[in-house]
Design a protein around this ligand. Sequence first.
Ligand SMILES: [Mg+2]
Length: 188
Amino acid sequence: MLKALFLDRDGVINQEIGYLHRPEDVRFVTGIFDLCRTAQRLDYKLVVVTNQSGIARGLYTLADFEALMTWMRAEFAREGVTLDAVYHCPYHPVHGLGEWKREHEDRKPGPGMLLRAARDLSLDLPRSILIGDRCSDLAAAHAAGLEQAFLLTGTEVQPCPGTYTSIQTLAEAESWLTRSHAHAPIRR
Ligand SMILES: [Mg+2]
């Protein structure tokens, strides 16, 4: 079974500016490509899990989101990184317009996107890890039974419930990955 590095998008891959939807507004977070290259080398699938209530709120369209992700995947590819899957939740239970106004298990803190990825990619969730910048990201990781969740500090007012590791930079998560695999037993 495969393991995954789950990445929240806004605040982890790109700097959080609120309802990002245009490539020209993307500022990649320092260290994201190094982290992903290391994770890829250690056989982690790279899976983006992102709440996109901006779609529900009518601030941008599903097509805008998809175009941005196509652009982003190409930027990652130029850096030698393949994003294996991207899951998004377009709904919002309160601020959604029309059909977009609903609760959904995909919306973090729900674990729906992680569970779906596990089915689609045959992932071993307990051996998978997540990096987020909000307590809701960590809650989704806990609900999905992940081994390790990191909170990239700066966005959220801590502390968050449950067990997690606070990091100031993505390089710290990269070091954790490298260290944990340096000591891993050889699998037969
Ligand atoms: Mg975020």
